[in-house]
Design a protein around this ligand. Structure first.
Ligand code: ZN
Length: 454
């Protein structure tokens, strides 16, 4: 078995970020070729998928040819079991990391140690470029990112503490104060709850760096974090099975983690959408050999950016992710409404009359908007917002506003503004994202690898 190439520490932390676009593109194309040949030779899942599609690794000369390959997703990897793993490695020798499984089926990602190290380094470099240093007082809200298996250097040098979402907010705030935390990183939902509690007490806790990850950073979350921690959050957009996909630099741009991850933004057929237009995010990890993820479809919605950034990092840019497709609400006619739309329903009625809210979709034409009123609540502003929702979902849609004492959170601190109670049978047997999941794959293979909604 030949050893596959890996970037060294210098390239990961410094060199790759400064490479001109054409040098990086050439490097990515070469790396992709190596990965595709490896997957075709050694990973049964990809061989059967690509044989069925009539495509060979050599047909893919650059990332632009990727749409010729079928997409896969989490369900597909779970169903393939050991067929998704390099048949030359002993699965027992691989490091395992499970996703929480709160959104759909859980996946156990398996990596060799050096793959693991690369994922960790790419995360660390995002913190480094935002000013964090190991000898600072760093607090991590335990997440699957860094809580286990620290590198030797980090283990020896780093000043770190952990706080845990299951701790009370009191305990979490005490840890920050006692440790005199300077940088704080961790789960988006957990950090948001902490920010709200600090604000509720009428206090602030100034930090140098706040780095949330693990969920879409919605505008109200960003605002609360900025107010409580007196610094602009630097969001890291990633997934447990992929590592970092894009991260915000000091100027606030989302740089794609381009030396490690190929990002495509595609329509429902898997074809690329023009830059600036929104579509679903599909990723290929260039250095994942043990369990390759090639054209791995996340259900996230985002767009590429045509902007440039002057921060010195030359990785290309995308716009802020807009959420998961599962958070989008279907209208009775099958259109999808973005969660962002719902964050802006009061823009034209003179300020939000609600402190907190969540929307529950019982059926495509039946929604409940639960809200906690602002101190200077104004019922006509609320009604104006409800009309904005009605307009978007179409005539005859029933939107009911219900006042509540507080909006419930999930136990792990996840914020659920969007709750779907849709019965797939009520909407033609499948939800839009189930139908899209099958795009680009034959029915038999989709069935074999669990892509048919049961
Ligand atoms: Zn930048």
């Amino acid at each position: 078995m030949t050893r596959n190439p890996f970037p060294n520490l210098y390239a990961t932390l410094v060199g790759n970020l400064r490479k001109p676009a054409e040098v990086l593109a050439e490097q990515r194309a070469r790396q992709l070729g190596i990965l595709l040949r490896h997957a075709y030779e050694n990973v049964p899942l990809y061989r059967s998928l690509w044989d069925a599609a009539g495509v060979r690794p050599d047909d893919i000369r650059s990332p632009a040819d990727l749409p010729r390959l079928p997409m896969i997703d989490k369900e597909c990897i779970v169903a393939a079991g050991n067929d998704a793993v390099d048949r030359n490695v002993d699965p027992a020798s691989l490091d395992e990391m499970s996703t929480s499984g709160t959104s759909g089926r859980a996946i156990t990602m398996r990596r060799e140690i050096r793959e693991m190290r690369l994922v960790r380094r790419s995360y660390l470099r995002s913190l480094f470029y935002n000013g964090a240093r190991p000898w600072h007082r760093n607090v991590t809200m335990a997440s699957t990112w860094l809580s286990k298996k620290k590198g030797l250097f980090i283990g020896l040098v780093a000043k770190t503490r952990h706080i845990y979402p299951k701790d009370t907010l009191d305990q979490q705030i005490n840890t920050l104060r006692e440790f005199k935390a300077r940088n704080l990183m961790g789960q988006t939902g957990g950090l948001y709850l902490l920010a709200r509690e600090i604000l509720r007490r009428g206090e602030t806790f100034p930090l140098k760096l706040l780095a949330p990850t693990g969920a879409t950073l919605m505008p109200q979350m960003r605002q609360a974090m900025r107010d409580a921690f007196q610094t602009e959050p630097r969001d890291l957009y990633g997934a447990v099975e992929l590592g970092a996909i894009a991260w915000q630099c000091k100027r606030g741009s989302y740089h794609i983690d381009a030396d490690r991850t190929l990002v495509e933004i595609v329509d429902s057929d898997g074809n690329p959408v023009p830059s600036g237009e929104t579509g679903q995010v599909v990723c290929t990890t260039l250095h994942g050999y043990a369990l390759p993820l090639i054209r791995y479809r996340l259900r996230d919605v985002a767009s590429f950016s045509n902007q440039t950034c002057e921060c010195g990092i030359r990785f290309p840019l995308m716009n802020a992710p807009q959420g998961r497709i599962n958070d989008f609400l279907p209208t009775p006619t099958g259109e999808l409404v973005s969660p962002h739309y719902l964050y802006h329903i009061f823009d034209h009625v003179g300020g939000s009359p609600v402190k907190e809210w969540r929307i529950i979709q019982h059926a495509p034409d039946r929604l409940t908007y639960e809200y906690v009123p602002e101190d200077d609540f104004n019922s006509s502003a609320l009604e104006g917002g409800m009309n904005v929702i009605r307009e978007r979902f179409g005539a005859g849609v029933n939107v009911r506003a219900v006042k509540v004492e507080s909006v419930p959170m999930t136990p792990n601190g996840k914020r659920t503004c969007i709750v779907s109670e849709l019965d797939p049978n009520a909407i033609g047997g499948m939800r839009p994202w189930d139908i899209e999941a099958q795009a680009g794959m034959s029915h038999d293979l989709a069935d074999k690898y669990g892509m048919i909604a049961k």
